[in-house]
Ligand binder design. Structure first.
Ligand SMILES: Cc1ncc(COP(=O)(O)O)c(C=O)c1O
Length: 382
């Protein structure tokens, strides 16, 4: 049985060229980048070069990039360090109800410390209204954190508009965006969109796991989230993970020039999947905002079919999809994103699966998936 992977939004396969770079770096570049000898300088060069590539990919300066262990650390650092640093300026933060838990949990933590968090709702397409962000701003607002694109339904937020509104307002709030899912297909430009802090993760773009970066605008200094060494100009303690950094650089170098092509390819695969499901005359609907969408994430509601059962039946046939957010693995709580979009009682919440594709996904695989989805969903239908 051929195994088929449609869970690229949870994590993506590592590109073969990235594996080679990681292996080479692990074998040959083991010096500590903080050491002043030849071995250390060799590793330092790898970090410096990678930083330039990371910065260019989002329109930033190399000095504005802090290399981290991934999306979670970047989000935690941006949110918690901003709050702790700016508490004299105010204790109000704005975010949305559909953020990843790497954003929502730090918010809950800050609430326990006495901060006040405004959780903005979304509409049925999963979109945050930029005007609501503007209206929620207060003189004591120190941070706005709205994700670039949602990991469960793929909705792309109006980040440029939100950034511009905050910039034009009297507010001094920093604007953070979790761009973990968007990076790799969306054209991100932190200066154009007035973004102060931005989180990226390597494993969503065919890079290694446990590596990512945080963009911090040059006028902002955030203290290190972890305490220890003085790496990353005192902004992130811990010995640099050279193989992962080199691997992420390679992943970025591969993906950046292919961004438009990848987008186009994702669009075609998405269209094919929806067309083939339609031909099979099963009852389904696609969730999210089809007009502003990450095309590689297809959140589908199969009416009267339990998502958990559908997922397990597909798994028995070697097909991997996800129900809700697979980032909180093992967690079968209903999706907070679907609840925010449709309400707790709506059957969509328990009857939606997320199909996400990427490197290695073929048109033949999509046809097979559509066939299996049709057969299984008809069988499972209540
Ligand atoms: C939107 C979003 N933010 C943050 C994360 C966490 O990133 P990481 O797994 O690199 O910690 C994920 C997925 O894992 C995500 O989808």
């Amino acid at each position: 049985m051929e195994k088929m992977y449609f869970d690229h939004a949870a994590t993506s396969p590592v590109h073969p060229e990235v594996i080679e770079v990681v292996y080479e770096a692990m074998k040959n570049h083991y010096g500590n980048a903080s050491s002043i000898h030849n071995f250390g300088r060799d590793s330092r060069r790898i970090v410096d070069n990678a930083r330039i590539v990371f910065a260019e990919s989002i329109g930033a300066k190399p000095s504005e990039i802090i290399i981290t262990s991934g999306g979670t650390e970047s989000d935690n650092t941006a949110i918690i360090e901003t709050a702790l640093k700016r508490q004299q300026d105010g204790k109000h933060i704005i975010t949305s109800v559909v953020e990843h838990h790497a954003v929502l949990k730090p918010m809950e933590y800050l609430e326990k410390l006495g901060f006040e968090v405004t959780y903005l709702p979304v509409n049925e397409k999963g979109q945050v209204d930029p005007i609501m962000v503007e209206e929620a701003l207060r003189p004591d607002t120190i941070l706005v954190s709205i994700m670039y694109a949602n990991n469960e339904v793929g909705t792309v937020m109006d980040i440029a508009e939100i950034g511009t509104l905050i910039e034009a307002s009297e507010s001094t709030a920093y604007f953070h965006t979790d761009a973990v899912q968007a990076y790799g297909t969306e054209e991100i430009d932190v200066k154009r969109d007035h973004i102060d802090l931005l989180s990226i993760s390597g494993h969503k773009i065919n890079g290694p796991k446990g590596i990512g970066f945080l963009y911090v605008k040059e006028t902002i200094f955030l203290p290190s989230f972890m305490l220890g060494g003085e790496q990353e100009k005192k902004r992130r303690a811990g010995t640099e993970n050279i193989p992962a950094i080199a691997g992420l650089q390679k992943a970025v170098e591969i993906i950046q020039p292919q961004r438009e092509n990848r987008k186009e390819r994702h669009r075609e695969l998405r269209k094919q999947l929806i067309e083939e499901l339609t031909q099979k005359e099963i009852e389904f609907e696609v969730n999210g905002n089809t007009a502003k969408q990450l095309d590689h994430i297809v959140s589908v509601w199969f009416k009267n079919v339990s998502a958990e059962q559908l997922l397990m039946s597909l798994d028995l046939r070697g097909i991997a999809v996800s129900s809700g957010s697979a980032c909180t693995a093992g967690n079968i709580d209903p999706s907070h994103v679907l609840i925010a979009m449709y309400g707790e009682k709506n059957p969509i919440v328990a009857e939606t699966i997320r199909i996400s594709f990427g490197l290695g996904t073929t048109s033949e695989q999509i046809s097979y998936l559509a066939e299996q989805l049709a057969t299984i969903s008809l069988r499972l239908k209540k």
